[in-house]
Design a protein around this ligand. Structure first.
Ligand code: 26W
Length: 775
């Protein structure tokens, strides 16, 4: 602690950085196109340790802290898992005393707000800055000029090629800084720097205005501002648009310019750059860090290629977050060359040198030449660039990393085997447990003391209470209170009464075919059919809670949302079963609503097609809040099962290997499943029947995806196993004490899924930086 205070004051005085003992700590920069930070005030109060004092003070003024907290807007500068992970990482870096900073884009409009109209998703722009944002500080003096388009003129000066970028279109990148406050260490404040695009000079526009060229003046301005206008809402689909590429270069070039400027100020030269700086690229969206750093080192610093390349590779590390082929970024070479002429030259040279080396080492391996180059058939493959230009590549869960090594990047694994590591994701347990679930946090602290807040591994001490029925009772009480709170929110928001004694079966995440919300819907339909046919056939009461946004252009996902609503209406209004089943769709699922939903869940739905979900992090948030998981052997579910043991999780379905084998040998025929299971046959016919669905034919595409197009995501194949396992979960829930024991067991084992653990691993294995706390 004292050390940190000293460092802060040191940085203000004159320091001789040549003296190794005065070297500032290694800086880590986390480049991400998305930071889904949610609200910050509560987080700040808890981290600084003043929540109670502030609450008391406000009370004297007749202000309720909770009401005040609700006023803050939810900063939704991200789509889902990748963006939320980045936000959790910032928090853990600050907590661990790493000088780690975020670098991203200050989108004027964040992720759209979802409004449900007659069961359909509609999108409303998220104007989160409309009342100003209290946590940001604009730093105009730290602005950077970004250069697009134009031409590169090459000159030979004393046998050295010198590159001049001319006639470019300049854009001003203006930074806004948001403080990231460390938990229980107010002296350590890291920075999230978000860049906003502005026209370079307002006089320029004024000149055009004065010439009477109003539209052009305005269009220049809006063309420039468009760069930081909106977050692309596709969560796993490539939108190959020029604007997105502009965005990617924008925050990369602005961020690197600042980093290099600071480094030079402190160290003079860039020779040891990679010893003082780590640059992490969150998926391939910031992969232009590689050619941009090369450009700076070569064109601006006059270094030669080899030295620049060594520094670049040594400084940069890359995380892959998806294996979905449609999410792997590629760009047309022509588009690239036109927008970023010098960067394209550098990528071409990286590619040429890479191929040359490949030829020397693997001269007779054709597959390698086919799969690994950066430029192929007129396209630039960003993952290949990231793989070649960084010293470390990691997947986000064990299974995911294995799939990368064995399949997606199999050929790269042959070449760069030493670069691959696995770093399983985590979540910030201080946000998703300590802050989001105060009742459970109090109970835990009463039981095992407060140490778990700074060392999540200590949650394991909760095992002591597994035979303590008084403690289990209190755990049940806490869950009940949280369920009651959610029931009130639902009653108020949508007028649906749900029973807080029912099993809350929760499926919240982005809506996507591979995440298989449809499988869950088929389950609900089956329970409904069975109950109607034979009222005694299903025991227990259930509330099925769905939530999540569909990408605006993703029609299939949007039909799933509508389908959930149609089923909900049918079930919630059916007098014969409405006491036993309820279906709710939570509108506009975001970080803030997530914080209310996880604490109230009993059963966590993690049912993606095995091999498709890189990790998942919702699964971890549910677990920490005492929900049991029903899921496939996919992503981090595999590791959750390892942690809790198979008795405390409900696993079903095909494995990733089995799915792979089916796809390879074409052995799956969805019609077989349909014919083999009369219940399934019935449900599928209901999907397209007039008497069940008000709009005839509306769900024909869903039906066709399952039968005509052979069910790409194995929904029908896994249906029977899912129903059986759901039945087991329901039985366990009926045996309350057993359920509670499993719930406690899940909480106790969740410590390993704190991002404090994940970030320690990144620090040691990837960034080679010390954590100043507990290292
Ligand atoms: C080019 C469009 C695009 C946009 C976003 C492609 C891909 C993405 C992300 C990589 C998608 C994403 O958020 N992936 C999720 O990352 C989480 C954090 O690692 C994982 O937990 C999820 O399993 C993974 O789907």
């Amino acid at each position: 602690m004292v050390l940190l205070r000293e460092e802060i004051s040191l940085s203000r005085a004159f320091i001789n950085y040549a003296d190794p003992k005065n070297r500032p700590a290694k800086q880590v920069y986390y480049f991400s196109m998305e930071f889904l930070i949610g609200k910050l005030l509560h987080n700040y109060l808890i981290n600084i340790g003043i929540q109670d004092i502030v609450a008391e003070g406000l009370e004297e003024l007749n202000i309720d802290l909770q009401e005040l907290l609700a006023q803050e807007c939810d900063a939704g500068l991200g789509n889902g898992g990748l963006g939320r992970l980045a936000a959790c990482f910032l928090d853990s870096m600050a907590f661990l005393g790493i000088a780690g900073h975020g670098n991203g884009i200050r989108y004027k409009y964040g992720l759209f707000e979802q409004k449900i109209v007659n069961g359909y998703q509609t999108e409303v722009a998220d104007h989160w800055l409309k009342n100003g944002y209290p946590w940001e500080v604009r730093k105009p003096d730290k602005s950077v000029v970004i250069k697009y388009k134009g031409k590169v003129r090459v000159e030979n000066i004393n046998d050295r090629l010198v590159f001049h970028h001319e006639n470019y279109e300049p854009v001003l990148a203006v930074p806004y800084d948001i403080p990231i406050v460390s938990y229980e260490n107010p002296f350590l404040v890291n920075n999230l720097r978000l860049w906003s695009a502005e026209p370079l000079s307002s006089e320029l526009d004024l000149a055009l205005f004065n010439q009477g060229n109003f539209t052009q003046a305005l269009s220049n301005k809006s063309e420039v501002e468009a760069i930081s206008y909106i977050l692309y809402p596709e969560d796993s689909n490539l939108a190959g648009r020029e604007l997105r590429l502009k965005q990617e270069y924008f925050f990369v070039a602005a961020g690197l310019a600042t980093i290099v400027r600071n480094y030079k100020k402190n160290h003079g030269s860039l020779r040891d750059f990679s010893q003082g700086v780590s640059i992490h690229i969150n998926d391939t969206h910031p992969a232009l860090c590689i050619p941009e750093l090369m450009r700076i080192l070569i064109d601006e610093e006059g270094m030669d290629w080899e030295e620049s390349w060594n520094i670049t590779v040594d400084a940069i590390s890359y995380t892959n977050h998806t294996i979905m082929p449609e999410a792997l970024e590629k760009w047309p070479l022509d588009l690239f060359r036109n927008l970023l002429p010098r960067i394209t030259m550098i990528i071409e040279e990286i590619d040429r040198r890479f191929k040359e080396k490949l030829l020397r080492r693997f001269f007779n391996s054709e597959e390698l030449f086919r799969s690994t180059p950066i430029i192929k058939e007129g396209q630039i493959y960003m993952a290949n660039l990231a793989m070649i230009g960084s010293h470390s590549v990691n997947g986000v869960a064990k299974l995911h990393t294995e799939i990368l090594k064995k399949h997606v990047f199999k050929d790269f694994h042959r070449i760069f085997g030493y670069k691959f590591t696995n770093l399983t994701n985590g979540v910030n347990h201080r946000r998703f447990l300590l802050t989001a679930n105060p009742l459970l946090s109090e109970l835990i602290t009463e039981g095992i003391g407060p140490g778990w807040k700074t060392n999540a591994g200590e949650l394991a001490e909760l095992h002591r209470f597994k035979e303590d029925s008084a403690f289990l009772d209190r755990l049940a009480q806490v869950k009940y209170q949280n369920k009651l709170r959610l029931a009130e929110i639902i009653a108020k928001g949508q007028g649906i009464q749900i029973d807080p004694h029912s099993l809350y079966d929760v499926h919240v995440k982005r809506i996507h075919a591979y995440k298989r919300q449809l499988l869950n819907v088929l389950k609900v339909m089956d329970l409904y059919n069975r109950l109607l046919a034979d009222p005694g056939s299903v025991q227990g009461t259930y509330t099925f809670i769905f939530g999540g946004k569909a990408a605006p252009g993703y029609h299939y996902a949007k039909s799933i949302i509508k389908l959930i609503h149609v089923i909900a209406d049918k079930i919630n209004q059916e007098p014969r079963i409405k006491e036993q089943l309820k279906v709710v769709f939570m509108e506009n699922f975001n970080v803030s609503s997530a914080e209310r939903i996880y604490p109230a869940a009993d059963l966590s739905e993690q049912i993606s097609t095995a091999g498709k979900e890189a990790s998942g992090t919702g699964n971890m948030k549910f677990m920490m809040n005492g929900a049991l998981t029903i899921g496939t052997l996919d992503g981090a579910n595999v590791e959750i099962r390892e942690a809790v043991g198979e008795d405390h999780i409900f696993i079903f379905g095909l494995t990733a290997e089995e799915i792979l084998a089916h796809n390879l040998n074409r052995t799956y025929r969805s019609w077989d499943e349909y014919h083999a299971n009369p219940r399934l046959e019935n449900i599928l016919e209901q999907l397209i029947s007039k008497q069940f669905m008000e709009n005839d034919g509306e769900f024909r595409t869903v039906y066709d995806s399952l039968l005509l197009y052979n069910d790409e995501f194995f929904v029908l194949k896994d249906f029977a196993a899912y129903m059986k396992t759901f039945g087991e979960a329901a039985d366990r829930y009926a045996a309350q004490e057993q359920w509670l024991r499993s719930s406690l067991h899940n909480i106790a084992e969740s410590g390993v899924f704190s991002t404090d653990r994940t970030i320690r691993e990144y620090a040691h294995q990837v960034w080679r930086v010390r954590c100043r706390r507990m290292d």
